[in-house]
Design a binder for this molecule. Structure first.
Ligand SMILES: Nc1nc(=O)c2c([nH]1)NC[C@@H]1CN(c3ccc(C(=O)N[C@@H](CCC(=O)O)C(=O)O)cc3)CN21
Ligand SMILES: CC(C)C(=O)C(=O)O
Ligand SMILES: [Mg+2]
Length: 264
């Protein structure tokens, strides 16, 4: 069986069915989450924090992303494999093309994720035209943490919310195949999800996105200070497999995230 393709997620959006995704960084966890029903795996640059112990995602290199993507690829055969482009690996369109091609050829990525708004549109267009599917990442963009002044909720002011809507539309028009919204009010995320035809994945963005994602180590209770929008699914389950099944079901039946796990 080939891996799930973007068509699967387009179909789920059309049918109004939610999908659950998680990050993974190695073969063993990739196997466990796939067997628990996860349909999309992200090799996130959050690995700089949860695997490497850095304070931010900025130190992560393209070689490190390739290394972990290879491991996740070996440990799975069904999930859509999405890989983050790390800090500065897409600073110009040509750099982005070169590095995205490496993530696909050496890391087996099916889609790459880039953080940025309307300024990224030219890059998204270039990659897409060359056959590289792109997920655009808006809202809280961790690679801009020093500019944002911390890992804080985005899009609360009316002008910020409007800019986010326009960014989302511009990135879709440039060819983005998916959009990820991080840490924004649930109502705004719901509006953007409705506004767009491409699947929208949320983290800290409420229950109305087309899909949800969490950092695996947060939902297994391994993180010292997990974000407030996350949940430790291992607390009520006997093992990791059961915790991930519980998360998948909660996303599918829309019981996660709750209003308390959503920014207003
Ligand atoms: N372990 C981990 N989980 C993540 O979700 C995550 C990472 N690492 N690393 C990369 C980014 C950084 N992210 C983060 C990190 C912290 C918060 C956080 O603690 N936010 C607070 C403050 C919100 C506010 O006051 O505006 C929260 O209560 O959720 C949010 C997103 C999301 N990503
Ligand atoms: C938090 C998710 C969306 C991410 O970008 C990562 O894990 O790096
Ligand atoms: Mg990331």
């Amino acid at each position: 069986m080939p891996r799930l393709s973007l068509n699967h997620f387009r179909k789920l959006k059309r049918q109004g069915e939610k999908f659950a995704s998680l990050t993974a960084y190695d073969a063993s966890f990739a196997r466990v989450i796939e067997e628990a029903g996860i349909e999309l795996v992200l090799v996130g640059d959050s690995l700089g924090m949860v695997i490497q112990g850095h304070e931010s995602t900025l130190p992560v290199s393209i070689e490190e992303m390739i290394y972990h993507s290879q491991q996740v690829h070996r440990g799975s055969d069904k999930m859509l494999l999405m890989v983050d482009m790390p800090f500065m690996s897409y600073a110009t369109p040509d750099t982005a093309l070169h590095n995205a091609a490496r993530l696909m050829r050496e890391g087996y990525a099916q889609i790459v994720k880039l953080e940025g708004g309307t300024w990224l549109a030219d890059t998204v267009k270039l990659l897409t035209e060359r056959g590289i599917p792109v997920c655009a990442h808006l809202g809280l963009m961790p690679q801009s943490v020093h500019q944002l002044g911390g890992y804080v909720v985005q899009g609360r002011a009316a002008d910020d919310a409007e800019r986010l809507r326009q960014d989302a539309l511009a990135l879709q028009a440039a060819g983005a195949s998916m959009l990820l919204l991080e840490c924004i009010p649930g109502k705004l995320a719901a509006e953007i999800t409705q506004l767009l035809t491409i699947p929208v994945i949320g983290i800290g963005a409420g229950a109305d996105c087309d899909g949800q994602i969490l950092v695996l180590y947060d939902m297994l209770g391994l993180t010292a200070k997990p974000p407030s929008f996350s949940k430790n699914f291992l607390l009520e389950q006997a093992d990791i497999q059961a915790a991930i099944i519980s998360y998948t079901q909660a996303v599918k039946n829309k019981t996660f995230p709750t209003p308390e796990q959503t920014f207003s």
